[in-house]
Design a protein around this ligand. Sequence first.
Ligand code: IDP
Length: 139
Amino acid sequence: MATNRTFTMLKPDAVEKGHIGAILEKISASGFKIVAMKLTQMTTKDAQTFYAIHNERPFFADLVEYMTRGPIVAAVLEKDNAVEDFRTLIGATNPADAADGTIRKLFAVSISENAVHGSDSDENAVIESAFHFSGREMF
Ligand code: IDP
């Protein structure tokens, strides 16, 4: 059964470019309620653990370097069908393939620096939320 929460990060490129406000506005306007949020920076070990599923991929070292180079906004979002609806809102991994109006189409630089993360399953939403937030930080 689908849960009603997903996990997101506004990635270092989006924060560097000053897009936090615009992206959060789009998330809120799309019906997501923020139930946890913070500005934080991942360590190398954090990023290697968070993206462990990609550790054999050729882009893994660059991904870890990118995700640790500056602050991110981590947040937990609530909405019916949150995981699927948020993946639709952010668009395809490669902004060149992302639909018009999606967050990646509007704000991403490239397939690697693609502005925003969204959990790809309910199970991962729970794991990723717990990676960044304690129970008392989620409302
Ligand atoms: P997703 O973020 O759309 O779920 P994943 O395949 O899980 O996409 O990849 C995780 C992240 O790794 C992407 O968001 C992107 O930052 C990076 N990435 C994925 N594929 C590539 C690639 O082919 N080259 C460089 N970076 C990539």
